[in-house]
Design a protein around this ligand. Structure first.
Ligand code: GLN
Length: 538
């Protein structure tokens, strides 16, 4: 079998969701990569949507887009940002995707004569999904299982992993279970019982975790370690504490390495301890935790401001850019609808305004007002996807005399659809996976701010949208001071607009936040934060 030397790490979670399994799995990948191993990463999600592309941010948080155009779970963003692995379509499987391929194979006659069942057909499909990561380029394949052990819908996934550990050889598999040690303030105690129970559920499924990672807000003592080892059936050196970090999620790998988690994993998998080099990571952390410059405040004007996960990659890309500029960052979430009364006081004192991507009508007018505010006051502005579309509408309405200009997404009857449906989108009726998705090249105009920012003639960034800048308005908008500085290689699609009359006003149709890491910030974000830090609006 190709890649038969590949080792596997399966990461499960217990007690509650939102434990930070994705960050933990990504931290493990980082440590193994920095010891010289080639790592792949994957997430299995037990829900029935084929992918998260049609889910609201309220349900699921951000939808992360891969280079090859898959709409995926936001944990893949952690994988790419921490570990620098490149994810693809095979990096995220949902129960819906698994069932849909089994069911279409059944209709094609692929199981003629047989009864199609969860075991073995669904479990075989899950096993094939896990093995799809394996190539000759991968030494260690990490698979994280979404949801919480004990959920009915996770059962086929856990059963598939149990079977796989036999197929692959138990010595080639490390099971890592992440669990919560809650602190009860009334009794002033940390409690290990929920972890005992969740590892008990795993054992009843036939999986004995090799390593237990305990999420906790307070340090565990000897007695906790002893109890956890005894009741959860893991060696005492394999109980790892993962305490809440104080400053930055990028501290997590360092904390885990200090407890020798990576060495424990390598021992479990009988792999040699190649040297661990964390120098550049630690230098980056030092800058993240002790920035030297003046604080920069960025107003993000969106519509899911109460939810940390809705704009995950945007927030992270801003943090990467702040690290690169050596400045402390404050992100001020501003509900677009709150600006619609005409009161823009929520924007007072911001050094830069970012309008992120989005769908639907709610909050649009507030976002357009935020664009006007930044344009008139010379505040650095970064518009992303819907944010660019709002910037185009704003110029059309307020500077080109097209007072009723809009996007046909919000106003299908607008006389001036400056943002309009792409031709190949008009006939589509299916919503799932049918947007313009994934990486596309973009040619930058010479002497534009965009080409200065990227210091390149051609770039590639990831997309997720149906609507586009309407070319019939290019000239009119140029006369109104908005130039198209990034175009598709054939010159047809407008990918970046900017205003040369403004200190820093750039908006893009793509999502630069999906290509940014703490060590390699995206140039657009980096220069946006630089401009904000130099702006006089503090
Ligand atoms: N709703 C817009 C479109 O479909 C923008 C999408 C986005 O911001 N991701 O074109």
């Amino acid at each position: 079998m190709a890649g038969s030397k590949c080792k596997f790490i399966f990461v499960t979670g217990g007690v509650v969701s939102s434990l930070g399994k994705g960050i933990t799995a990504a931290s493990i990948a980082l440590l193994l990569r920095r010891r010289g191993y080639r790592v792949s990463m994957q997430k299995l999600d037990p829900y029935l949507n084929v992918d998260p592309g049609t889910m609201s941010p309220y349900q699921h948080g951000e939808v992360y887009v891969t280079e090859d155009g898959a709409e995926t779970d936001l944990d893949l963003g952690h994988y790419e940002r921490f570990a620098g692995v490149t994810c693809n379509r095979n990096s995220n499987y949902t129960a819906g995707k698994i069932y849909s391929s089994v069911l279409s194979r059944e209709r094609e006659g692929g199981y003629l004569g047989k009864t199609v069942q969860v075991i073995p057909h669904i479990t075989d499909e899950i096993k094939a999904a896990v093995l799809s990561q394996v190539t000759d380029e991968v030494d260690i394949a990490i698979t994280e299982i979404g949801g919480t052990v004990g959920d009915i819908e996770s059962l086929p996934f856990l059963e598939a992993l149990r079977q796989l550990s036999h197929d692959l050889g138990r010595q080639n598999v490390a099971f890592i279970h992440l669990t919560l040690i809650p602190y009860l303030s009334a009794s002033g105690e940390l409690k290990t019982k929920p972890s005992q129970q969740s590892s008990g559920i795993l054992r009843s499924i036939g999986i004995i975790p090799d390593i237990l990672i305990c999420r906790t807000e307070r340090s565990l003592d000897e007695e906790h370690f002893r109890k956890l080892s005894l009741f959860c059936d893991v060696p005492s050196n394999a109980v790892i504490e993962e305490k809440d970090v104080e400053n930055s999620i990028y501290e997590v790998p360092v904390e885990l390495a200090a407890q020798k988690l990576d060495q424990l994993i390598l021992d479990r998998l009988s792999l040699p301890h190649l040297g661990l080099d964390m120098r550049t990571w630690e230098e980056m952390l030092e800058k993240a935790i002790h920035p030297k410059g003046r604080k920069v405040c960025i107003g993000v004007v969106g519509k899911y401001m109460g939810l940390q996960d809705s704009y995950k990659s945007i927030y992270e890309a801003l943090r990467h850019a702040a690290i690169a500029n050596d400045v402390p960052l404050e992100i001020r979430g501003i509900e677009a609808e709150d600006l619609e009364s005409g009161d823009t006081s929520a924007l007072n004192g911001v050094d830069g305004i970012l309008v992120p991507g989005g769908f639907g009508t709610r909050g649009i007018e507030g976002k357009i007002d935020a664009v006007t505010h930044s344009r008139i006051n010379g505040i650095p502005f970064l518009g992303i996807c819907l944010g660019m579309q709002c910037a185009v509408i704003e110029t059309a309405r307020n500077l080109a005399g097209l007072t009723e200009a809009s996007s046909s997404e919000f106003h299908p009857e607008t006389p001036h659809p400056v943002i309009d449906l792409m031709e190949d989108q008009r006939s589509l009726t299916r919503k799932g996976g049918t947007m313009r998705l994934g990486a596309y090249s973009c040619r930058l105009e010479k002497d534009s701010r965009a080409s200065e920012i990227y210091d390149s003639e051609t770039i590639s960034e990831r997309h997720r949208h149906r609507y586009e800048f309407n070319n019939s308005y290019r000239e009119l908008l140029a006369e109104a001071g908005m130039i198209c500085s990034g175009l598709s290689p054939d010159g047809v699609l407008v990918e970046i607009v900017e205003r040369p009359d403004h200190p820093w006003f750039v908006a893009c149709q793509f999502h630069p936040e999906f290509k940014s890491g703490p060590l390699d910030p995206n140039p657009l974000f980096r220069e946006f934060i630089r401009a904000a830090s130099e702006s006089s609006h503090a």
